[in-house]
Design a protein around this ligand. Structure first.
Ligand code: COS
Length: 381
């Protein structure tokens, strides 16, 4: 059993770390404060190949797989969770178009979503279809005269939805059939009848815009169906299995970032005549934070390795996301506590990280949904 990363993966980590330190960290507080999506940083990510991870070079991608995605997202999340989330969720689009798209769809959309620097989005959730993803109410009705589908409905909480130009959205082509009547469509910004609604005012992740999407008689060519008609639910589930590894990577990254800050602070901060690193109560906090984060990392790396080696990984992806997200909240909470009053102030990054970490327990499936997926697999249900 060999746990080591390849030389190329180590070099990628170095590149991602430098990018995070030089480009992401300096703007992390500002984009949080101003609630802005850093489009110029996204373009820089594209120029360095980060937005094309997992897509072959022939389509403008930079190759690699889930392990490479984990490495980059983990490094980004140490410094700026909004940027890590933006990249991680953007990657769902190119990945599923590459996996399920026709040759024509791949040639048309992948170069734009990879080196082209356009933002992608994945739109499944609706006001009445969150954890119960099969309850999608957006409809897609076929018009045989024009060979188009007419989409009507509203999506909500869509990460990157206000910036995305190429979106994979899920609509019902057989209303009443639930999970067995959903179809995935590739929708482009500019298609008549498609617009984004309000941008949400969230607790955290302010540098990643979360938007409502509105479809009002939006005509989408039938050739934009992704995969098979009425097989969209399985595409969504497979996309989420993969995406949840990315969320796990966000969780381990932000946890490690919080540990790094805490270690530095504990050596610098003097109370009772000595650095607080010498206080056993806080040493035990650090021991818990480091141990649990190390365990979380290996669950994430293992899920990524199973993904890349072609093995089933639904269970591992659910476990790693559930564990890494709960650990991210646990660690950022203790890191804030170690920083005391300073941790609660906006002058330090901990209060932002604490708010940002919380979302990992909710998006891409809640912890409760992951416990459902895990228990079903363990109990063979
Ligand atoms: N991969 C492939 N297929 C899958 C799958 C997976 N991981 N999970 C389920 N399926 C298939 C099932 O095999 C079943 O196929 P058949 O119709 O051939 O029998 C079908 O999908 C329906 O599955 P199931 O009966 O398990 O559906 P449920 O309605 O019980 O829902 C959960 C399953 C709860 C797991 C699903 O709705 C879910 O993941 N919800 C959370 C959604 C989410 O994460 N939202 C967050 C944000 S999206 S941006």
């Amino acid at each position: 059993m060999d746990h080591s990363f390849t030389k190329e993966q180590e070099a990628l980590r170095k590149l991602a770390r430098q990018f995070a330190e030089n480009e992401l960290e300096p703007v992390a507080a500002e984009i949080d404060e101003q609630h802005v999506f850093p489009m110029e940083n996204f373009k820089k990510m594209a120029a360095l190949g980060f937005t094309g991870i997992g897509v072959p070079e022939e389509y403008g991608g930079s190759g690699g797989g889930a392990i490479e995605e984990v490495i980059v997202v983990e490094e980004f999340a140490k410094k700026c969770m909004s940027s890590a989330a933006t990249l991680s969720i953007h990657l769902i689009g190119p990945h599923i178009i590459h996996q399920f798209g026709t040759q024509e769809q791949k040639e048309k959309y992948l170069p734009r979503l990879t080196k082209g620097g356009e933002v992608g989005a994945f739109a499944l959730t609706e006001p009445g279809a969150g954890s119960d993803a099969g309850a999608v109410q957006t409809t897609a009705t076929y018009d045989p005269e024009t060979d188009e589908y007419i989409l009507n409905g509203t999506k909500c909480f869509i990460t990157g939805g206000s910036r995305a130009t190429i979106l994979v959205i899920f609509a019902s082509t057989m209303p009443g059939k639930g999970t067995r009547g959903l179809t995935a469509f590739i929708v482009e910004r500019g298609m008549e009848g498609f617009s984004h609604g309000k941008i949400e005012n969230k607790m955290g992740l302010h540098g990643s815009e979360t938007a409502e999407l509105v479809f009002e008689d939006c005509r989408v060519p039938a050739k934009n169906i992704l995969g098979e008609k009425n097989k969209g639910f399985k595409i969504a589930m497979m996309a989420l299995d993969s995406a949840r590894i990315g969320t796990g990577a966000q969780g381990i990254g932000i946890a490690q970032g919080a540990i790094d800050l805490s270690v530095k602070y504990m050596h610098e901060r003097v109370q009772f005549g000595k650095p607080i690193a010498e206080l056993q109560g806080l040493q035990w906090y650090i021991a818990d934070m480091a141990t649990k984060t190390e365990a979380a990392k290996w669950l994430v790396y293992n899920a990524a390795w199973k993904h890349d080696s072609g093995q089933p990984y639904t269970l591992e992806s659910a476990m790693c996301k559930y564990n890494a997200s709960e650990n991210a909240r646990f660690v950022t909470n203790l890191a804030l506590q170690i920083h005391g009053g300073y941790g609660y102030m906006k002058d330090y990054p901990l209060e932002r990280m604490y708010r940002d970490a919380k979302l990992t327990e909710i998006y891409e499936g809640t912890s409760e949904i992951h416990k459902l997926v895990i228990s079903r697999a363990v109990l063979n249900k």
